[in-house]
Design a protein around this ligand. Structure first.
Ligand SMILES: [Zn+2]
Length: 419
């Protein structure tokens, strides 16, 4: 592992701070120092010296809600959704794995250094498979290029609940079976637990986001079991009643909450939970859903709920649910009125806290050296800054660079926004 010195960079530290004209050094896996450049101080031999020329250095992006196996959702037009789902259901484990590996490299080249993968296909072509755990291990061992993966393994849902049969679900009913389902995920290598509290949008009208799917006892059993093994548990929860129930059950994070109320958001603050709104998904569904579903979502006022959460100081994380890029999700949150510095924290320092990664998401000595170098100031324009992505360093390793021939990959300019 080489040493790297970034000279003459403006630092966005992931905690809300902006420090101009700094030198940041990386030694091994970690950030070694941050401070003003000291003339005359010798750089140890073998150091890769990067003249930042006033560019912007920030922590690598952390996607709090991703599915490496489901990027196909991004590119599938609404009228081909059913056919695409069927073809994915019949894809072989090898096809899923290759797809997820390509996707891991795709997001890394856009500046994403960590994804929390909340479930992938659990069976394909009749065979069991657990791709998010496998991809995590392949990235960790250096076999493939990708972000660090925090894997939930299979999602846990009631029999026939949200996610079945498309998205890799361990069906479980009743507190005892849910405990067993949690234990199975941990035995199989899960880093965190994902449980479904309500129906969703992707199988409407066969399921509906305002249908609650687990009881308080069931959710409590899942939360208790995850916490007994010091793992975080997050829940897909759309309705207001499910959001409140999940908070009472002791889950750590609420995903989506597209139908919650101001009182539901207040309950999040009182319960000390974090919130990953996946705002761009709601935004798209309001525009691209059957009329009844679009009206239900539009009437619920999700953008206002997100703003209320920010105002109440709830940790709000950036997560894309595999349909969008991090840039698109961040742009949507800014459109909603969330301050851009809060949005950037939601993709770095706050995201790290949500995912239980104390070592990541901020630029401080001793923290993991996950860094991106941008040509312009992201606080003054997210899209132009990420169009000018120049470098991605992950755990101290230069993996992506526009003008360093020793980096294996080139940055990928953000794709056009998806409506
Ligand atoms: Zn999801």
């Amino acid at each position: 592992m080489a040493r790297i010195a970034f000279h003459n960079v403006n630092v966005i530290d992931g905690l809300g701070g902006v420090i101009r004209d700094m030198t940041v050094t990386v030694d091994g896996l970690s950030i070694e120092s941050i401070g003003p450049a000291t003339p005359g101080v010798e750089t140890p031999p073998g150091t890769l010296i990067v003249d930042g020329r006033g560019r912007w250095l920030m922590p690598g992006l952390i996607n709090c809600h991703y599915h490496l196996c489901d990027k196909w959702l991004r590119s599938t037009p609404a009228n081909e959704y059913e056919a695409a789902r069927l073809s994915r259901l019949h894809a072989t484990p090898g096809a899923h794995a290759l797809d997820a590996a390509a996707n891991a490299t795709w997001v890394l080249r856009q500046g994403v250094t960590t994804v929390r993968d909340l479930g992938g296909p659990g069976s394909a072509a009749g065979q069991e498979m657990y791709t998010n755990v496998d991809i995590r291990d392949a990235v960790e061992s250096g076999e493939i290029a990708g972000p660090r993966v925090i894997a939930s393994r299979l999602m846990i849902a009631m029999t026939g609940g949200h996610g079945t049969p498309w998205f890799g679900v361990r069906e479980a009913d009743g507190p005892d079976e849910i405990r067993k389902a949690v234990r199975e995920q941990l035995k199989g290598g899960a880093d965190c637990i994902k449980i479904m509290s309500t129906g969703g949008l992707s199988n409407y009208p066969h399921e509906s986001p305002d249908t609650d799917e687990y009881t308080l006892e069931e959710l409590s059993a899942g939360a208790e079991e995850a916490h007994r093994f010091n793992r975080l548990i997050t829940t897909h929860a759309m309705s207001d009643s499910a959001v409140r129930r999940a908070i009472r059950a002791g889950v750590d994070t609420i995903e989506h909450a597209f139908l919650t109320t101001p009182e539901g958001v207040r309950a999040m603050a009182d319960g000390g939970v974090s919130f990953v709104p996946t705002a761009r998904v709601a935004w798209r569904m309001v525009r691209n859903s059957p009329p009844a579903l679009a009206a239900l979502l539009d009437g619920a006022g999700h953008p206002d709920r997100v703003l209320e959460a920010v105002e109440l100081g709830i940790p709000v994380g950036v997560g894309t649910d595999s349909r969008f890029t991090m840039l698109e999700e961040m742009e949507t949150l800014v459109e909603y009125g969330v301050p851009v510095e809060t949005v950037l924290r939601g993709a770095t320092g706050t995201a790290a806290a949500i995912c239980g990664l104390e070592d990541s998401g901020v630029i401080e000595p001793g923290k993991r050296a996950d860094l991106v170098l941008l040509r312009t100031n992201p606080l003054e324009g997210l899209r132009s800054a990420f169009q000018g992505l120049e470098m991605v360093v992950k755990a101290g390793e230069l993996l992506v660079a526009s003008d360093h021939s020793d980096a294996p990959l080139r940055p990928l300019p953000p794709p056009d926004p998806l409506v």
